[in-house]
Design a protein around this ligand. Sequence first.
Ligand code: AHG
Ligand code: MN
Ligand code: MN
Length: 313
Amino acid sequence: MPAIDPALIPNALRPIIDALCATSIDLSRVIARGPLAGKLGAGVGENSDGDQQKALDVMADEMFEAALRGTGVRYYASEEQEDVVTLDDDGGYALATDPLDGSSNIDVNVTIGTIFSIFEAADNGEASFLRKSSDQIAAGYIAYGPQTLLAMTFGDGTQLYVLDPERCEFVLVEARMTLPEAAKEFSINASNRRHWTPPILAYVEECERGRDGAKGKDMNFRWVGSLVAETHRILTRGGTFLYPADARPNYENGRLRMVYEVGPMAFLVEQAGGKATDGMDPILSLTAEALHERRPFVFGSAEEVERIAALHG
Ligand code: AHG
Ligand code: MN
Ligand code: MN
């Protein structure tokens, strides 16, 4: 079992974190075997948002749901399931997950991940998740890349663990991650440029002008296509990430889902000293109104996120 320092984890959440760790270790083995483990990237259906589900999306969802039974999770919500599932009537917690983030990267051996967010359970399933983002009591991601990493927060800093595959344990490597205040990199899917709003276009143009423009420094560009991988890079060396609203049909709130992508990443980023906004308001001040709702998402180095918010007026 994972060698996570018990002092860093609230006792009541320990069985949940243990189950998440054990499952992500199993999942990392499947991912490492790639095509030897089957057709992991094969299309198998559609989720409630109309995204194509890959075999690994469904497998990951089934693994986490099964592992979380009997751990204190009363309500389970997943990107891959339309409705909240009741796991245990006596549980005290509600856990939302993107069980497999970055599905388009499954077949190309690029980092993918799992995202989770934990609330105290409310009176019913949906109500447990449709609440202020700052009510989260824990959030985290697991990144399946050259290393399998776990970053998580309980509201007192963001902790980073690395899986030691030889011991099958997550080992603490940083008790408090600090996201650098200034950025040298920005991330946005530039193929959507013609659909952007004026503030987003203005920010990207500032980045592109680099030292010849208002920024007075050059900015490098990165886009992985896995939110977990971008978040990890930005937590480690700073930068900005933008998945804004744009003019495409269905993108009036961007692409990323509030409850199990935007909310937990915002919590982790702010606990590491970064900022997260939808352009107008801090993400942690927002309340989701639907389980699978989307939100424009901008996060990263404080200075840059403040600049993007200012451009939004
Ligand atoms: P998921 O695989 O869980 O559906 O999430 C994919 C998300 C996110 O990881 C990434 O940042 C973004 O979608 C990529 O979107 P584009 O394909 O529009 O670039
Ligand atoms: Mn995702
Ligand atoms: Mn997903």
